[in-house]
Design a protein. Structure first.
Lengths: 194, 987, 231
């Protein structure tokens, strides 16, 4: 790593022949320019050219992007879709809540016609989902849980206790032992600690 | 630039103050000097228009890079210095070299002294500049001219922005006191600053000049070298004449006059304002009467049309107001109202003691006629003095040793002024200028000081100078600031100029002007096109190319307004380089022009009009006579002649059409002097004769003016500068109708057309001059044509030319109005860009007022110049015997026109030495019966002409009746008995 | 009384600056923790506060959403106490609306909006004290706030006004100079690229002067501002 250097937007950092653009920079006429005020970071990742990026102390604002894994909270459900608030993109918390929709047919990959939303999510559930589209004029972010790793990660029973997943489609209340239907995610090890 | 932000910086909830030092780049071109600047803020309270109070905060930067401007200083990094090393002036107070630092009042009151070439090396502080600017615009302008004059070595020190000389107003300190202190601080700074070894060696000191006792005492306390202005000037032993130019300060006035209070006290401004608001006082311009020094009128401008005139009578009521002052008047009760007196009273030229004069005033009773009573009032205060330096002559005191003398201004409306001078014997018989300093309430006359001498009275140069000054014609040489905007010589038309202009160099353009004309502003061409039509072009000097809006040159031209032509002298509106060279469309040189090009058919009907900036190369500069000769000489058939013939042909058609439309052909006699080439004295008088070519040029100029007027009005309906000639009110024609009736003719005045027609047919057999006389009379009935801004007026009609719209476009070298019109037209055709003042109808209207004023004054000056030259002409000729016609009949006199000289004179039948003449005046006819003989208008008379020089200040031509012989009235023919000139009182 | 003399013969302006000198500039970033980015700037006696929120979901009417980039929403306002004469400034008067629009155009040119499709960035600028050059001070304040918010920009924007008196261009006009007649020109620039983000000219001056004004003063002194603002 080269010594810390500061830059402001519009600073010319280097030529594209010297570095690969990373975050906080942009390309113009074969040169890499900073688009943020922050520290210039060069990282050699084993490849022939270092990656150059500009970082700030605080994380920059991220927006959910297509393909991003987001953590969201279900706000309401109806037979056709569930409405959610996106809280995290990857492991970065969002400062603002973005609204998203998980349509009935996007809940799981198989037997799409048999999905019933109230058997998949309940308001208040914390769900891992993936952005499939930024939406159109009528709707906001379209999300999907149609993967094994996606779905409900935290849910509370009617009694108020946090439930434990027992299968890919059921969770159980540790207090009342009542079972409730959910589209449960198989949580990846790296998320477990969070 | 390095960043000092630590990498471990916390969250941004904490403020991160970023301190920046303000750096100024002093010299962006070669080296970069950085000077630290300190910031102060200036707060003051201002009253808004609506009466509210507003607090205004302004920044005030203090700097380290303001230099002292002295040659001896090595500390300051200045590029050029103004103040000299050896600032020596012979003074017995300050035998060492020194710089002067005058305070505001010294500059304001003693600007005449400062202007003397002897006074050099003066430091003008910014504080002083600002105060002067605030208090007197004319003095400010003069001060600026002084500063620009390199010979004078006047340096402006920007003390208010200097870190070490800026001071803040202390609590309880008045603004004036603060400024006085600022001046002292700056003077102190200078004296410290110049204490360098080098300056010490020279013995250089700084001398503060102030007339304020308190200021002087404080300055002395702080160790400054300080003198009163009088003290200092009197110490200049080598230049005693400077003392006379000193304005009298207040303390000296007390010594002069007796302690008797002659006038009521003027009210303070605050009370005047309150009075005006409540309606007890009226504000107006004071106009002294020309004929009666004890009477004046105050013109009170009311709302709209509602303005009144108030009569003031008696010294007490006039209360020290001087002609043109803005005064506050209080109306007297109705029973004290008077009628304007018809008596001619002159403050006699013989100096007398104040006392006797006073008694005399008291004895003069006014006669009032009940029905003619007018509002009468008295002056209670002066709102604004409008004093200027006055021309006139000195009445040398009869006491030989006296240094106090009375000065009689040439303008009768100005009171006599008391001045103090030791050079009375030299100044006697000279025309001098005197400025008024003040008029204390116990002095019969205002006190003034001698400004300068114009030369001996009766001298040609002197008299010309006087008439220029008295007619307020700016005629000083152009200042350096103005000249700096002239193009650098040698000047050529650059390729860039060519790109923007149409190349008309190949056209056969020629100019036709009076002989000896060097400021040629118009040229013409005419050629036949392939389609059989004519192309006619009027090319006008492109003065607006050289005079850019808003610079000093432009401002000077706008102020002058017009070139003034006097006999044998021309006072240019723009510097000579432009008027006689770069703008003058001389032959065989390339010149820039603004062209107006028409396509016309053979009936002189305009088919197409276009305007363009162009480059022309005139092929010939002709005089009217030369052009006429070419047209008439059938053997000549070159391009120029053909072009002239074409123009002449079209012009005749144009003229005929114009006259059919009702344009007036008026007549006034213009005389031309044949001036002796050596002595420059007039040796012969001749009336100007008109040729066909005169009218040819005129027709096309009129056509161009009308075309341009239409174009700029179409483009800028709100701010076009136009010229109108209002129709005269019908009563103006009374005299004309009566005069014609006396010869059995009828003149119709319903319209311009009717007037023109009836003038055409008004002829009397065997009296060929009658028609001309009638036209001269008709001219006198007309109104003055004026410039105006189209957005401010709705009546555009030009009566004399019978045109619905008119402007001046064709003489930009000698008229400023034309420059504005050029600019408007240039914007209209996209050849130039506009600027705010051009589009501001109020500013333009103000400009029009100035132009109208200058034109009027120029005309008066011109007439005065002709009159003076006529006097010169008659001076050496003794008494002449000439034939003339009666132009007007008055109550006690007839006005006689001598066609041979274009001269008009009055033959009085009363006056001193002619008492008891039986006069009967019939206003209806009008006729005047003297004893047995009755005079009618247009009667032929013989008169003697002689110069009456009994009053050197007001010389005039005197006429006396020779024929018809009326015993006791007419004079015998001069051949028979050479008449000794009767000394006659002026008027 | 004659009008103010904007430029003395000695080349000093009313407040003692030379023709090409800027006023004293002071700035702080991050003055307002609530917002995503904020900045406060003083340019002489003109003081402005800029606050940036976002990018966040488009608020208000959904139809404003842009699919390929973020919407920039600017709001300019003047505090009631900002001028010597206190007057109520109803929100959204014509002058403010115009100024808001100008700010929006300026920042659309600078912010890399394509990085945040379907979102909105709010920039609020308030003039706390007005002493001329409101527009340029707003731009400068807003730039700092955007930088503070960490929103990527092609280049920072900076702006300056310039007037024209006696054929001399005057940089960074104060209120008295703006009111003194003549023309004033406001220019916002992306200094590194030398691109003009916004150019606005008031008054009816000669258009010929513009290029002179641009070249001689604005470019050079925008560089100065940029040097100052990054410190």
């Amino acid at each position: 790593m080269s010594p810390m250097k500061l830059c402001v937007p519009g600073d010319k950092l280097c030529s594209t022949e010297d570095c690969i653009p990373g975050t906080g920079v942009y390309l113009r006429h074969g040169y890499i320019y900073s688009s943020l005020a922050g520290y210039v970071l060069r990282k050699n990742e084993g490849e022939e050219l270092p990656v150059i990026s500009v970082v700030r102390e605080t994380e920059t604002q991220l927006l959910p992007d297509v393909g991003a894994i987001v953590t969201c909270k279900v706000t309401s459900i109806n037979p056709r879709f569930a409405k959610v608030h996106i809280l995290y993109v990857g492991s970065t918390p969002l400062k603002d809540r973005f609204r998203g929709t998980i349509r009935k047919e996007d809940v799981r990959a198989t037997e799409k016609d048999k999905v019933e939303t109230y058997k998949s999510f309940r308001p208040g559930d914390i769900v891992l989902a993936k952005v499939i589209s930024l939406g159109d004029v009528q709707s906001n972010y379209l999300l999907t849980t149609a993967e094994n790793e996606l779905g409900v990660v935290v849910a509370h029973s009617e009694a108020g206790a946090q439930m434990v997943p027992i299968s890919w489609c059921e969770m159980q209340c540790p207090r009342t032992h009542a079972k409730e239907f959910r589209k449960v995610a198989r949580v990846q090890p790296e998320y477990l600690q969070a | 630039m390095s960043f000092n932000v630590s990498a471990k910086q916390k969250r941004k909830t904490k403020f991160k103050p970023v301190y920046t030092t303000h750096y100024s780049r002093v010299n962006p071109h070669n080296k970069t000097v950085f000077a630290a600047v300190m910031l102060k803020s200036k707060t003051f309270v201002k009253k808004t228009r609506s009466g509210g109070v507003m607090k205004i905060v302004r920044e005030h930067y203090l700097r380290d890079d303001i230099w002292c401007g002295s040659e001896v200083c090595s500390e300051c990094k200045q590029e050029s210095t103004v103040l000299q090393r050896d600032a020596c002036i012979e003074s017995n107070l300050c035998p060492f070299p020194h710089y002067l630092v005058p305070d505001t009042n010294v500059v304001l009151h003693q600007i005449d002294v400062l202007e003397d070439p002897v006074i050099r090396n003066v430091i003008i502080l910014q504080t002083v500049m600002q105060e002067v600017r605030h208090r007197s615009a004319p003095v400010y302008k003069r001060l600026k001219d002084l500063i620009h004059d390199k010979e004078k070595h006047f340096y402006t020190f920007t003390n208010e922005h200097h870190r070490e000389t800026f001071i803040e107003r202390e609590p309880g300190e008045s603004a004036n006191d603060r400024n006085d202190r600022a001046i002292r601080v700056a003077a102190k700074w200078y004296s410290q600053h110049l204490k360098t070894p080098e300056a010490e060696a020279e013995g250089l000191r700084v001398v503060l000049i102030t007339n304020d006792q308190g200021n002087k005492a404080k300055a002395e306390e702080s160790g400054l070298l300080v003198y009163r202005c009088e003290e200092y000037i009197k110490s200049l032993i080598a230049n005693p004449e400077l003392v006379d130019r000193l304005a009298l300060s207040n303390n000296e006035q007390n010594e002069i006059s007796s302690s008797k209070v002659l006038f009521p006290e003027h009210l303070p401004l605050s009370r005047i304002q309150a009075g005006i608001k409540s309606g007890t006082f009226l504000q107006g311009t004071f106009r002294a009467s020309r004929d009666n020094y004890l009477e004046a009128t105050v013109f009170v401008q009311g709302e709209g049309e509602d303005s009144t005139e108030i009569i003031l009578q008696g010294l007490q009521n006039l209360n020290r107001a001087v002609h043109q002052d803005v005064v506050a008047v209080q109306l007297l009760p109705r029973d004290q109202w008077v009628a304007p007196s018809s008596v001619v009273l002159q403050d006699d030229g013989v100096p007398k003691d104040d006392e006797t004069n006073e008694e005399e005033d008291g004895r003069r009773k006014r006669i009032c006629v009940e029905e003619h009573m007018k509002p009468t009032g008295k002056v209670v205060g002066i709102i604004k003095r409008n004093w200027r330096p006055f021309c006139g002559m000195l009445n040398v005191s009869q006491i030989k040793e006296s240094t106090r003398h009375l000065f009689t201004p040439a303008d009768r409306r100005i009171p006599r002024i008391r001045i103090e001078t030791r050079q009375a014997s030299t100044l006697a018989g000279q025309r001098i200028m005197v400025a008024i300093d003040g008029w204390p309430k116990h002095s019969r006359y205002p006190n003034g000081h001698f400004v300068r001498s114009l030369g001996s009275a009766g001298d040609k140069e002197t008299e010309t100078e006087v008439l220029l000054l008295e007619h307020d014609v700016p005629h000083q040489a152009f200042s350096q600031a103005v000249l700096s905007f002239l193009p650098k010589m040698p000047w050529t038309i650059t390729p860039e100029d060519m790109v923007k202009r149409e190349d008309l160099r190949q056209l056969t353009v020629c100019s036709v002007d009076p002989p000896g004309c060097t400021d040629i502003d118009d040229a013409l061409h005419c050629r036949e096109l392939d389609n059989g039509n004519f192309e006619v072009g009027v090319h006008i000097a492109d003065v607006s190319h050289f005079i850019r809006p808003g610079n000093a040159l432009d401002k000077e031209a706008a102020n002058r307004g017009t070139t003034v032509y006097l006999c044998g002298r021309r006072i240019d509106m723009v510097p000579e380089l432009l008027s006689s060279n770069l703008c003058s469309l001389r032959s065989n040189v390339e010149r820039m022009a603004f062209s107006c090009i028409w396509e016309m058919n053979h009936n002189a009907e305009i088919l197409k009009t276009r305007f363009t900036k162009s480059v022309i190369n005139s092929k010939a500069s002709l005089t009217y006579a030369e052009a006429q000769m070419r047209i008439d000489d059938t053997s000549m058939n070159d391009d120029i002649t053909k072009s002239l013939r074409g123009l002449n042909k079209l012009a005749k058609i144009l003229k005929r059409r114009r006259i059919e439309n009702g344009a007036l052909t008026l007549s006034s006699l213009e005389v031309r002097f044949h001036i002796d080439s050596e002595t420059h004295d007039p040796i012969d008088l001749q009336t100007k004769e008109l040729m066909e070519t005169n009218s040819m040029v005129e027709e096309f100029m009129l056509l161009a003016n009308i075309s341009v007027a239409q174009k700029i009005y179409d483009e800028f309906s709100e701010c076009a500068l136009l010229r109108k000639h209002p129709a005269p009110p019908p009563s103006n024609y009374d005299i004309l109708i009566k005069a014609a009736k006396s010869k059995g003719l009828e003149i119709h005045t319903d319209s311009a057309k009717a007037l023109a027609d009836s003038l055409d047919v008004a002829k009397v057999d065997g009296f060929s001059y009658f028609n001309t006389l009638l036209r001269i009379l008709a001219t006198r009935c007309m109104m003055q044509a004026v410039y105006f801004c189209s957005g401010m007026d709705s009546d555009f009609h030009h009566y004399g030319l019978a045109s619905s719209i008119y402007t001046h476009f064709t003489s930009p070298i000698r008229r400023y109005s034309d420059i504005i019109v050029h600019r408007l037209l240039a914007v209209a055709i996209g050849a130039d860009s506009t600027y705010p003042d051009l589009m501001d109808k109020h500013k333009q209207s103000a400009l029009c007022n100035n132009l109208n004023y200058r034109h009027k004054m120029a005309q008066y000056a011109q007439r005065a110049s002709v009159a003076f030259h006529t006097q010169l002409f008659f001076k050496n000729r003794g008494i002449l015997n000439e034939e003339g016609f009666i132009l007007f009949v008055r109550k006690n006199a007839i006005i006689v026109l001598i066609p041979k000289f274009g001269l008009e004179g009055t033959v009085f039948f009363d006056g001193k030495g002619k008492t008891g003449v039986n006069l009967r005046f019939d206003e209806e006819v009008p006729s005047l019966t003297v004893e047995q003989h009755t005079f009618h208008m247009f009667d032929k008379v013989n008169v003697t002409i002689s110069l009456d020089d009994s009053n050197i200040q007001h010389q005039k031509i005197r006429m006396a009746l020779l024929e018809p012989v009326i015993p006791g009235v007419s004079v015998p023919a001069p051949e028979v008995e050479p008449q000794p000139k009767k000394p006659k009182l002026d008027r | 009384m004659a009008g103010l003399e904007l430029l003395s013969d000695q080349g000093y302006r009313l407040d003692g600056r030379k023709a090409t000198e800027l006023r004293k500039v002071q700035a702080r970033m991050g003055v307002f923790s609530q917002a995503d980015g904020s900045a406060y700037i003083e340019q002489g006696n003109t003081k402005a506060l800029a606050v940036v929120y976002g990018p966040h979901e488009v608020r208000g009417s959904r139809s404003r959403t842009l699919h390929d980039r973020a919407v920039i929403n600017c709001q300019y306002s003047m505090a009631t106490f900002s001028t010597a004469e206190r007057k109520r400034r109803p929100h959204g008067d014509r002058k403010s609306a115009e100024m808001s629009l100008h700010l929006k155009q300026t920042f659309e040119a600078a912010v890399m909006t394509q990085l945040y499709p379907r979102s909105q960035i709010d920039i609020y600028v308030k003039i706390l004290q007005s002493d001329g050059g409101n527009y340029s001070v707003c731009v400068n304040a807003a730039t700092l706030a955007v930088i503070d918010a960490g929103i990527p920009m092609r280049d920072y924007v900076c702006a300056c006004t310039v007037g024209f008196v006696d054929e001399t261009p005057l940089a960074d006009l104060c209120y008295a100079e703006e009111g003194g007649g003549g023309s004033s020109l406001a220019l916002a620039l992306l200094p590194r690229g030398g691109q003009i983000a916004l150019l606005q000219m008031d008054a009816m001056t000669a258009c010929k002067g513009v290029s002179k004004v641009l070249d001689e003063v604005v470019r050079q002194h925008l560089q100065d501002v940029s040097v100052l603002t990054r410190e």
